[in-house]
Design a protein around this ligand. Structure first.
Ligand SMILES: Cc1ncc(COP(=O)(O)O)c(C=O)c1O
Length: 438
């Protein structure tokens, strides 16, 4: 690209996609945004540097495909799967969690879900039903916007704060302030974090765990990007260093483990929820009254909530996930090394951005630089996120604004998964053009 795209043509495509002009792009939904970019590419013959969508950019793990294929050939397709999860899956999930997080969670405390998307949906529902006076979910932001939409769909109240202003010790006072209202049923964060790739420190996890116990709040720990803090090598099963987890500091927790990014298995929609054994066993009055039983968390979560959502998880994909967990724990599938590809791409892209006058918006984990990984955040001078994307669109670069993630800072989220090696020079060229113009 030698000069920016023709403004009128781009604006017309935006209008054809239901926007008034390109200035509304920052507020468009991600699907609308993707549609605009695709139309520009088709009409103007330009290839965008696509950083808006968080889709795996490496192939699905073959061991999963083979296991799923074999399971289908053996006839599982005609049979409803066990709602609690097939035995090989819960057994291998338990081993996997020991191998890569060093947690002891028995197979009975795992349940498969149709992606972590379903796991989070069910978790919000459970946490909001089990105690009458606890009606609010706390989002430790920035976060994955769809999870707030899940609360909206269910009519569940939520609160949030951007952790950037409360990192380290400061998190304790902030959590004390929010949790002492007595309304918070659960809190959620992702670690590593979508969209910033910040990772909580042990000190912060200890604070979260201690506060969760003190205020009897349940932590939903979203580990969609398990062990993708590439600043250290966590690729060897059953050996430290392990993925940090709040479970070392509280029993009030559950974990979401998704096959989507770890094993690039997003299309098959499979994940597990791991319940802390103490939480799994606890009985709650809200469940007892609503469902007419003893109120035990695990039974109600699985048989009363997950059951009505989809009657289980596709049989064959459960075999796939079981096989991928097994191969990883056996040291035969190095998923950490495979996903490290994202760190390589992020390092290059961030370098090119900084060289051209851009900055990384969420750049630190307390004193340390954030890891390179799947996502990163970037800004330009004092432009708002919306202003920036409304301009970058003419330079063949796409990304989404940070605003819907609950971020208090201005900028964009970039995802490096779709970037190919041959695009770095072009990215450099386009950003140089941009910085000359602004
Ligand atoms: C933080 C986070 N949680 C959950 C998910 C959803 O995972 P799944 O594909 O398993 O539904 C994603 C996917 O982008 C994510 O970024």
């Amino acid at each position: 690209m030698e000069r920016p795209l023709d403004k009128q043509t781009v604006d017309n495509i935006c209008i054809a996609n239901g926007l008034r002009n390109a200035k509304e792009l920052g507020a468009a939904s991600i699907r609308q945004f993707v549609s605009v970019v695709k139309d520009i590419e088709a009409k103007m013959g330009v290839e965008y540097i696509r950083m808006e969508i968080g889709e795996p950019g490496i192939p699905a793990e073959q061991v999963g495909i083979d296991a799923e294929h074999e399971a289908l050939l053996s006839g599982v397709g005609s049979k409803y799967p066990l709602i609690t999860g097939i035995e090989p899956l819960t057994k291998e999930a338990s081993r996997f969690v020991k191998a890569f997080i060093n947690l002891d969670i028995p197979p009975v405390c795992f349940v498969p879900t149709v992606g972590s998307m379903q796991g989070a949906f069910a978790a919000f529902m459970a946490l909001s039903q089990m105690r009458e006076d606890r009606d609010t979910i706390l989002f430790i932001d920035p976060g994955f916007p769809v999870q707030k939409s899940q609360c909206k769909v269910q009519g569940v109240r939520y609160e949030s704060f951007d952790i950037i202003d409360y990192r380290g010790k400061a998190l304790e006072a902030k959590l004390e302030e929010v949790l002492s209202s007595g309304r918070i049923s659960g809190m959620i964060y992702s670690n590593p974090n979508n969209p910033t790739w910040m990772c909580l420190t042990e000190e912060e996890l200890e604070i979260i765990g201690r506060m969760a116990t003190k205020h009897d709040v349940i932590v939903i720990e979203d580990l969609a990007y398990l062990n993708m803090d590439f600043r250290e090598d966590r690729s060897v099963p059953f050996e430290p260093p392990y993925q940090p987890s709040v479970a070392r500091y509280t029993n009030n927790c559950m974990h979401l483990l998704s096959g989507s990014k770890m094993f690039s298995y997003a299309g098959q929609r499979v994940a597990v929820v791991a319940l802390n054994p103490a939480l799994a066993d606890r009985c709650y009055e809200g469940f007892a009254q609503r469902y007419g039983n003893d109120g035990q968390f695990r039974r109600n979560f699985i048989f009363n909530i997950l059951y009505v959502l989809s009657s289980g998880v596709p049989h064959s994909t459960q075999y796939a996930l079981a096989a991928m967990f097994r191969a990883a724990s056996d040291g035969k599938l190095n998923y950490v090394e495979h996903t490290r590809e994202y760190a390589r791409r992020a390092q290059r892209v961030k370098e090119i951005m900084v060289k051209n006058g851009f900055h990384i918006v969420y750049d630190k984990d307390c004193e340390q630089d954030v890891s390179d990984g799947f996502f990163f955040t970037f800004g330009y001078k004092d432009m708002t996120g919306e202003q920036l994307i409304n301009k970058l669109i003419y330079y063949g670069i796409s990304a989404i604004t940070l605003a819907p993630t609950g971020s208090t800072r201005q900028g964009l989220r970039g995802c490096v998964s779709m970037i190919s090696d041959y695009q770095y020079d072009e990215l450099d060229k386009r950003l140089r053009l941009f910085s000359q113009d602004y």
